[in-house]
Design a protein around this ligand. Structure first.
Ligand code: 6PG
Length: 499
């Protein structure tokens, strides 16, 4: 593979303004406005895909990666991405003010790249962290770079490799002036739904990555819910994966329509290339994770937001990660018992409804987390716009977001989405099926933590008299923490004295 390394901008391309010849622009791709050029640092799966997408839209893309093999793969052959051997070369090849996208792993690697970039940055440059960084890191970095005259945007990009390549959902946070500089680039490559770009500035520093973190919390919960339903159908109801695919495919025609259900159907229809067995039969049942779902769950705890689905989804991955303990215990204990005899059609519609309520609960909890983050940081998060841009490009795109966008546009009171009539009606219609499903799973000994959490959360949020009166009394009994009384103002101890 031959790659041409660039020197300076002058030697990069004598026809730099002639973007269509340089970048193999597809006929229908709109050309960039503004400088129409960008540096991409980090040419792994996401960086390369986003770079190619930008190039498709007429953007001149210069890429750098510390890993020589990744650099060669992304820029070699007839790739429209030009290679820079060093960060200095990449910066010299771009016209000021420059736009640089970082697609490097979250955490220390982002700080390391920023350290290298620092001496090469000039006032007016915009650095965009398009990885899955923690929003607090983003706030810190934006503040540091602002002091040096550089705008730093934290931008959540969702959609995996295919999304980055053909149209992701883009959730930006940072200074509006910086967004105006990059919006022509990022807006052009984003997914579109009904002509609307799935890309928006959602608030100041950190707001974009916070929103992406919540997206991933919902993503974890929805993936777990679908997996629980599959597990019940396969191991408790005894269906094979082809039959389950047919069932889920029919569900995907209705209210449950979503990207995650669609890809689940595809996966269930796959056969292993080596053995010809159903794909899931050859996959180890231990879930990995990169941390964003855990951050969302931790943030919910930190902000006091009841989001048990997000916690249950992280917990389920943690349980899966102890296979030897599970296997040792399973040897001497039970396998799920089959569901009691009942008409399959009833079981299937119950599971469909259970999944719908679970999904509504996960989204509602996620939106409560957005609201709490917004209240804490005074960002002014546009909830309805978030629900709108989540309808395209991202992993959690789903039909239920139409209802959610409309509800958010009308405004949410203290009941959140649960208080919106359309949402409440769907819950009322489908909740009895979730009850039956959770009861069946429990009786069969089949773990369904996210379904069970959905039910407990819905019931908890509709309970006027919670179970915490005894708990409060216990806290005062052993810790003297005091109680509030229903019949008078102030704080008291159990013996009647004032606390
Ligand atoms: C997306 C995904 C993506 C996700 C990774 C890793 O929106 O495209 O959320 O950003 O972070 O797929 O997820 P895990 O934490 O499951 O490894």
């Amino acid at each position: 593979m031959s790659i041409q390394l660039i020197g300076t901008r002058a030697s990069f391309c004598p026809l730099a303004r002639d973007l269509s010849t340089l970048c193999q622009v597809p006929q229908d791709a709109p050309l960039m406005t503004g400088s129409g050029e960008v540096g991409v640092i980090g040419l792994g799966v996401m960086g390369r895909a986003l770079g190619l997408n930008l190039a498709d839209h007429g953007c001149r893309v210069v890429g750098f990666d510390q890993n020589a093999k990744r650099l060669a793969t992304a820029t070699g052959g007839d790739s429209p991405i030009a290679a820079a051997a060093e960060i200095e070369q990449l910066m010299a090849a771009l016209e000021a003010p420059r736009v640089v996208l970082l697609l490097v792993p979250a955490g220390a690697p982002v700080d390391q790249v920023l350290d290298l970039l620092g001496p090469n940055l000039a006032a007016g440059d915009v650095v965009v962290d398009a990885g899955n960084s923690h929003y607090r890191d983003t706030q810190r970095r934006a503040q540091t770079l602002r002091a040096q005259g550089t705008t730093f945007l934290g931008v959540g990009v969702s959609g995996g490799e295919a999304g980055a390549r053909h149209g992701p959902c883009i959730m930006a946070g940072g200074a509006r002036s910086g967004w105006h500089q990059v919006e022509p680039l990022l807006g052009a490559v984003a997914a579109r739904v009904g002509g609307r770009r799935c890309a928006a500035l959602l608030g100041p520093d950190g707001a974009g990555h916070f929103t992406k973190m919540v997206h991933n919390g919902i993503e974890y919960a929805d993936m777990q819910l679908i997996s629980e339903i599959h597990h019940l159908l396969r191991h408790t109801a005894g269906l094979d994966d082809r039959a389950i695919a047919a069932l889920l495919s029919s569900w995907n025609e209705g209210e449950l329509q979503s990207y995650l259900l669609e890809i689940s159907v595809d996966i269930l229809r796959m056969l292993d290339a080596h053995t010809g067995q159903p794909m899931l039969d050859v996959i180890v049942d231990v879930a990995g994770h990169k941390g964003t779902g855990r951050w969302a769950a931790a943030e919910a705890i930190e902000l006091g937001v009841p989001a048990p689905n997000l916690l249950a989804a992280v917990g389920a991955r943690a349980v899966s990660a102890h296979p030897s303990a599970r296997m040792a215990l399973a040897k001497r204990d039970q396998r799920p018992s089959p569901f009691p005899e009942q008409a399959p059609a009833r079981l299937h519609t119950d599971l469909e409804s259970a999944l719908l309520v679970g999904r509504l609960a996960s989204f509602a909890q996620g939106f409560e987390l957005l609201r709490a983050g917004d209240a804490r940081h005074a960002w002014g998060l546009p909830l309805s716009e978030i629900a709108a841009i989540w309808q395209g490009g991202c992993i959690i795109r789903a039909k239920v977001l139409e209802t959610i966008a409309a509800a958010c546009a009308e405004g949410l009171d203290e009941r959140g989405l649960l208080g919106h009539p359309a949402f409440a009606q769907q819950l009322a219609d489908h909740l009895p099926a979730l009850r039956r499903t959770v009861a069946l799973a429990a009786a069969a000994g089949a773990p369904a933590p996210c379904l069970a959490s959905s039910l407990a959360w819905v019931d908890g949020m509709h309970t006027a008299a919670s179970s915490t009166t005894l708990l409060q009394a216990q806290r005062d009994y052993f810790g003297g923490h005091g109680i509030e009384r229903v019949d008078r103002e102030g704080r008291f101890h159990l013996d009647g004295s004032e606390a």
